[in-house]
Design a protein around this ligand. Structure first.
Ligand SMILES: *[C@@H]1O[C@H](CO)[C@@H](O)[C@H](O)[C@H]1NC(C)=O
Ligand SMILES: *[C@@H]1O[C@H](CO)[C@@H](O)[C@H](O)[C@H]1NC(C)=O
Length: 836
């Protein structure tokens, strides 16, 4: 379980622990590569073949290994070597490089940004009216303190725990504590800029084994920069001890760990390690950070980080799944939306927004259809009162969604005390089931199919600790996850300007979901490609068969990007509990009538939820980076065939014999000209439905040679490949794999992936099709997949491009919150873009 630090020490001592930004990796003098290898290959053989040094497995990720090169070069020499081999592979022979599935050269990049509260748009902080506390409430508060023996000096200021002024505007936790539930035996890891384990408020609950500093490569995540206060404040909200220092955490008997990643430049590999650190004991990862909340960014985690998060929900916490809690983001004043952030819109994270002590929506807290719940933070002239860096330092200005996420994480720890067997999905169910809707004037609430109310501003409502713990006590664990993926649905139509939008449909039948073993929905994701000269003009609504609407994308006035949506995945929790059967409608709007315009290219619907038959459920295979080549050839004959209920376990993909055919297929083929009209595009309000969808049928295979309407270079590739495929299939009489490489325009990461498409992991595009099913119903489908390049899950993986420059130049001037920092916090570390 402690491989990461071991690797760290090995690398660290090797590197002589210099003063580089990240001594662990010593990227000043070495190059580092993370290679995904077939399971049967010895990493040492790869190392000697490539002249590298094997540094060990990458944390908890099976098959992923770190290699170092003692010579630094701009060039990605490993990638070149593997490509070289791929080119020669058709000539035969055996090469250990055939076992390399992907290569990720590591680079330092700016860390993610902390979600401390930005200055209000007006530039003025509201001051709180000196409301008088309610006498009865004060009485109750005193009695709670005496019953629980709480004598912490600022407990009275911790209105978020008990609010004697605005009655009911707190997390309703006192009765939970009085019942003896205080977070015992649950551990929360604060993934942040450090944690002051020498604070007398945190020391009693500090969990050293679950803590690590990835910025300075050492076991203790002790804050070292002037700016490193954020993590300690978050930790205090969760687990500040019941003693004579400051206040208490909401789960004051829980254990608290610190994982430091936000204080310096970092590699994707280190961030991935952080997300799985001691994941059998760290139960909950509280993450109050993300890409910039500037209303312009559209960033997702890199593939290694995505893999780590999937690995966490599959293998963490004794296979019950790590619980990732993310702050929704503070960019609301810039019209930012948490669906443009790949961490908050991941189905594996619980996204938490903020409300203030009056129960109002604070100007900073972002809306989105991926937001599950909200809880208390700064606004209406006050903020969260918590622990600060120092032996006996308190802070009364903690705020932003940064302060909401740890509070939620602490409340989830209370639930884990009573029900340690809850899965990562159970926790999401319990959170939404017990959430309390608030602020009906502002929230734009809509009823959902299961009798809940949903607001893009407040999610399913605010967390009520008592209700959440009560719900947990009697919760019946849900069955394992299942999923259904539609084919890629091609639209290729200009988006009309104005409010009408371009509307497309996709019909999901009962049989499709039955075949996918999918009983009822939890998350819905839509991956889409839209070209537009000004991205911020776009918005997208997803309407379910039950007529429930998700605003999966919204306009953003500051987003002037001309990149459109490039395989971006939006997520919604609004359809939780629906059957999913019926017509799904997607409406893309370009509501600004101006010179900027665009085209809706294609989309892909994924329904995630609870399985029908638990015994048939399997784990989702690990994603991989992948190219976009399969957009244009949907991988199945009919939408039904796209169901994917039984993927192999992630590991199975690593055991398969390496039979991949080489492919250097460099470009995205032009879509075939066939149209089978599955996705009907209409301009809303008009009848001009042009069924332009090209979900080609598998039956096109026989006629495929003559009709493959692609560019000549692609054709050359195809025809060459067909020869190989035929020879190969005849020779092996079985499956073949395919290897692809992602076209990496504008990708600063230089990762790339050779992902074999075998009958198992190719299934439904490594999204997970039932292997058996696929074999039968998609005989042609295999070839189809081959050309498709298979996995579209993979495509989703690599959409994020982190903008180093923008992060580095981030302005730190508005570090703190509304009330200001009582402890003379210094502002402005160059690397730490605090305030936004
Ligand atoms: C605490 O958790 C561990 C597993 O992490 C379990 O073995 C133990 O029984 C738990 N203790 C209590 C008191 O629940
Ligand atoms: C808050 O806790 C009290 C118990 O102290 C409980 O009666 C009440 O129902 C809780 N609030 C909600 C909304 O469940």
């Amino acid at each position: 379980m402690k491989l990461a630090p071991l690797v760290g020490l090995v690398v660290g001592s090797l590197a002589g622990l210099g003063t580089a930004a990240s001594p662990r990796w010593n990227l000043d003098s070495n190059d580092y590569y993370v290679l995904h290898l077939e399971r049967d290959v010895q990493p040492d053989h790869i190392a000697s073949r490539l002249g590298l040094r094997h540094e060990g497995q990458l944390g908890q990720l099976p098959g992923h290994h770190i290699f170092s090169a003692s010579v630094k070069t701009e060039d990605d020499v490993v990638r070149r070597a593997v490509q070289e081999r791929r080119r020669k592979r058709s000539l035969g022979g055996v090469d250990v490089l055939d076992s390399v599935k992907s290569v990720h050269k590591q680079k330092l990049r700016a860390p993610m940004q902390k979600r401390v509260v930005p200055p209000p748009p007006s530039g003025r902080y509201p001051t709180r009216r000196a409301d008088q506390p309610d006498a009865k409430a004060v009485e109750y508060q005193k009695s709670v303190m005496s019953q629980l023996d709480i004598s912490d000096p600022i407990f009275n200021e911790q209105w978020h725990l008990f609010n004697p002024v605005q009655l009911g505007h707190d997390v309703n936790v006192t009765a939970v504590w009085l019942s003896g539930v205080t977070g015992k035996n649950a551990t929360v890891a604060i993934v942040d800029d450090g944690l002051d384990m020498y604070s007398n408020d945190l020391k009693p609950n500090y969990y050293a084994q679950g803590s690590w500093d990835y910025n300075d490569n050492r076991p203790e995540p002790k804050p070292s920069l002037d700016d490193d206060r954020h993590g300690t404040r978050c930790a205090g909200e969760v687990s500040a001890a019941r003693n004579d220092v400051c206040g208490v955490g909401v789960a004051y008997d829980s254990k608290i760990a610190g994982i430091r990643i936000l204080s310096k430049m970092i590699t994707d590999a280190d961030e991935a390690l952080a997300m799985n650190y001691d994941f059998q004991h760290n139960d909950i990862y509280s993450c109050s950070w993300g890409p910039p909340d500037d209303g312009r960014s559209m960033d997702a985690p890199g593939i290694l980080i995505k893999k780590a998060m999937l690995n966490g929900v599959q293998k963490g916490r004794g296979d019950k799944g790590s619980i990732y809690v993310f702050a929704s983001g503070n960019g609301a004043a810039s019209e930012d939306n948490c669906n443009f952030d790949g961490y908050t819109n991941s189905i594996y994270s619980i996204t938490v927004g903020a409300i203030d002590r009056k129960g109002l929506h604070p100007y900073y807290s972002e809306k989105c259809s991926a937001q599950l719940v909200v809880t208390y933070s700064s606004g209406s002239g006050d903020a969260i009162h918590t622990t600060d860096v120092g032996e006996n330092q308190c802070y009364k200005g903690h705020g932003g969604t940064s302060a909401a996420a740890p509070l939620a994480a602490g409340i989830f720890a209370l639930a884990l005390e009573v029900r340690p067997d809850l899965s990562w999905r159970d926790m999401q169910y319990i959170a939404l089931q017990s959430a309390v809707p608030i602020d009906f004037e502002e929230g734009e609430w809509q009823p959902t199919t299961i009798g809940k109310k949903y607001s893009h501003t407040f999610g399913y409502g605010k967390i009520d600790s008592y209700a959440l713990v009560e719900t947990a006590k009697t919760w019946k664990n849900v069955k394992p996850q299942a999923w259904y993926y539609s084919p890629w649905l091609h639209v290729n139509k200009d988006i009309p300007q104005g409010d009408q939008g371009l509307s497309v449909n996709f019909e999901v039948t009962k049989d499709m979901l039955k075949e996918a073993n999918l009983e009822r929905l939890e998350h819905v994701t839509v991956t889409m490609n839209v070209e537009h000269t000004r991205r911020g003009d776009l918005s997208v609504d997803l309407i379910s068969p039950d007529n429930v609407v998700s605003h999966i994308s919204t306009t953003r006035k500051l987003d002037t990007s001309s990149e459109g949506y490039d395989d971006w995945t939006f997520m919604s929790v609004v359809h939780w509990g629906e059957s999913g059967v019926g017509t799904w409608t997607l409406i893309v709007r370009d509501s600004k009538v101006n010179d900027d315009s665009g085209k809706f290219v294609d989309w892909h619907l994924k329904l995630w939820g609870e399985s029908i038959d638990a015994s048939k459920a399997t784990l989702l295979p690990m994603p991989s980076d992948e190219d976009d080549a399969d957009h244009d050839v949907t991988s199945t004959a009919t939408p039904t065939a796209a169901t994917t209920s039984l993927p192999p376990p992630a590991d199975a993909t690593d055991t398969a014999i390496p039979t991949a055919l080489p492919s250097d297929h460099p470009e995205r083929p032009i879509k075939p000209s066939k149209t089978t009209g599955e996705s009907v595009a209409t301009e809303t309000g008009t009848e001009s439905a042009a069924a332009e969808s090209t979900t080609a049928a598998s039956s096109w295979l026989p006629s495929f040679l003559p009709t493959f309407g692609v560019s000549s270079s692609t054709q050359a590739w195809i025809y060459g490949s067909i020869g190989l495929i035929v020879a190969f299939c005849a020779g092996l009489g079985a499956w073949f794999w395919f290897v692809r490489r992602k076209q990496r325009l504008n990708n600063p990461r230089d990762d790339y992936e050779f992902e074999p498409l075998n009958p198992e992991d190719a299934g439904g595009d490594s999204l997970g099709g039932a292997p058996g099913e696929k074999g039968q119903k998609r005989r042609g489908g295999e070839l189809y997949d081959a050309f498709a390049g298979g996995s579209e899950d993979e495509e989703d993986q690599e959409t994020g491009h982190f903008d180093l420059a923008s992060r580095d130049s981030d302005d730190d001037s508005d570090d703190d919150d509304e009330r200001g920092n009582v402890n003379n916090e210094k502002q402005g570390s160059r690397l730490l873009g605090d305030g936004r």
